[in-house]
Design a binder for this molecule. Structure first.
Ligand code: NAD
Length: 477
């Protein structure tokens, strides 16, 4: 079997490899992918450093053309790349193709942004002096990504990094190297100069840690768990390095008495269970007021009966498998914890067998949960959600905000007053009214508060905050 190698200084390299396994069918090896060493990582950092002076001064048209070429190729290959994504991560084929299209759109957006780079010219408070404010690239950026969005998250970090003139050392999650390799291959063929985008696949403890230990990374943009995010933060303070961290969530979805029941159920089922609940923006706390509680639980249970859990590539599959054995164990452990804590298992909770050996788990709904239970406080990252019964809107808002996280939050209501109040008072980076907590646009800011995020926002124009540094120049006229 061919080894998909790392790209360091424009050369494909690496003889040591690991298997990329399909969670829908653990007999299927998606491919063999290189597992980089600390030395590989240091070489990649050196290559990115060497490539920085020229790339940081490259013309905006060159950056535009390369980003656009990459976006166009991803769109043209959306079915093939979507299938690869579904095979390595386990989300359904329509979800995977949707994510691939989004990656393409992100590259197209930043191809446009490259042509819109601008600064400010302002008068000085002193006579005969002009002041210019410009944005310059940061330097070598370390990109560290998680497994749950194998193509979109790399895209929304690589695209602005290149757009604003930075060079990159990119370390994708071990579980899903395939889409990352494909993106880097596309850029390599699109004419990106050697060393501008370096790929080092491999272990977090080796490749990731070597990146954290390097004094030569000017910034690290990281998406992943809270624990790893904290390591990135601590190491970066030592190196005076800029960081952007996107971490966990425990996102609330409030359902009020006046909600349209079908809108609420669609939004809640999507938020909690689509993409197998493996989205940082997934809702796992369904906070429901008394008057609609029983009708909501009955309708949710009916809805869950209609969702097929099966092979990600099968037509008619609504929910794919859990990503791997370790995550499946986390999910089933939390199901046991929920039962022990006194929540009532209203639906699911069982492993399922299908035609192929995979990590199949029923969507699982608890009722009679409280916001103090561990299943309500800790991120599970699987198809497991709890209904928390509350008296009224005020209690719902208080419970929604009573969490260490603050990424996304949603409300289902027909009341303009409550929707408006919730938008203003939800302690989250993103608020959804009558929509799922997950599912966001690519041209507007993405990120959260409290334990979910640290640093400036990702995506849209706001991405410039992280990927550039501001310079103020004074000139005597
Ligand atoms: P993880 O923290 O285990 O891994 C993330 C990345 O960090 C991987 O590439 C991993 O190899 C690397 N890593 C691990 N140890 C490292 C170390 N010592 N030094 C440097 N890098 C290291 O997270 P995961 O399990 O891949 O992803 C799931 C988590 O990601 C969940 O908590 C989820 O909420 C979060 N997530 C957040 C967002 C968001 O935008 N807020 C989006 C997607 C996922």
């Amino acid at each position: 079997m061919t080894i998909y190698q790392n790209l360091i200084a424009g050369e494909w390299t690496g003889a040591e490899a690991v298997e990329n396994i399909n969670p829908s069918d653990t007999k299927e090896v998606v491919g063999l992918y290189a597992s980089g060493s600390a030395a590989d990582t240091r070489n990649a950092i050196a290559a990115a450093k060497a490539a920085f002076p020229a790339w940081s001064r490259s013309g905006i048209w060159e950056r535009h053309v390369i980003l656009k070429k990459a976006g166009d190729e991803i769109m043209a290959r959306k079915d093939e790349l979507g299938a690869l994504l579904a095979r390595e991560e386990g989300k359904t084929l329509p979800e995977a193709i949707g994510e691939t299209i989004r990656a393409s759109q992100i590259f197209e957006f930043f191809a446009g942004e490259a042509l819109r780079l601008a600064g400010e010219v302002v008068p000085s408070v002193r006579p005969n002096i002009g002041v210019e404010i410009t944005r310059e690239p940061l330097g070598v950026i370390g990109i560290i990504t998680p497994w749950n969005f194998p193509i979109a998250i790399p895209a929304w970090k690589i695209a602005p990094a290149l757009c604003y003139g930075n060079t990159i050392v990119f370390k994708p999650a071990e579980l899903v190297p395939g889409c990352s390799w494909a993106i880097v291959d596309i850029f390599n063929r699109a004419g990106l100069p050697k060393g501008v985008l370096n790929l080092v696949m491999g272990k977090g403890s080796i490749v990731g840690q070597t990146m954290l230990d390097s004094p030569d990374l000017a910034g690290i943009t990281f998406t992943g768990s809270v624990g790893t995010g904290k390591r990135v933060a601590v190491s970066s303070i030592e190196h005076n390095r800029k960081i952007q961290l996107e971490m966990g969530g425990k996102n609330p979805m409030v359902v009020l008495d006046d909600a349209d029941l079908s809108v609420a159920v669609e939004a809640a089922a999507n938020s909690a269970f689509f993409s197998t609940g493996q989205r940082c923006t997934a809702s796992s706390r369904l906070i429901v007021t008394e008057g609609i509680h029983d009708r909501f639980v009955a309708a949710m249970t009916e809805k869950l009966k209609t969702l097929n859990v099966d092979h990600a590539l099968k037509t008619g599959t609504h929910i794919g498998p859990v990503v791997d054995e370790r995550q499946l164990k986390t999910d089933t452990d939390y199901i046991e914890i929920g039962k022990k804590e006194g929540a009532k298992l209203a639906f699911g909770g069982e492993l399922i067998s299908r035609d192929t050996p995979g990590f199949y788990l029923q969507p699982t709904l608890f009722t009679e949960a409280t916001n103090q239970m561990r299943i309500s406080r800790e991120e599970i990252f699987g198809p497991v959600a709890s209904v928390i019964r509350v008296k009224d809107y005020e209690e719902a808002l208080a419970v929604a905000n009573d969490t260490p996280f603050g990424l996304s939050s949603g409300i289902a209501t027909t009341s303009l007053k409550h929707a408006t109040h919730f938008k203003r008072n939800a302690e989250a980076g993103m608020v959804m009214v009558n929509l799922p907590t997950a599912g966001v646009d690519f041209h507007v800011p993405f990120g959260g508060r409290k334990g979910s995020s640290y640093g400036s926002r990702e995506q849209g124009k706001y991405a410039a905050e992280f990927f550039t540094t501001v310079k103020t120049a004074y000139t005597l006229a």
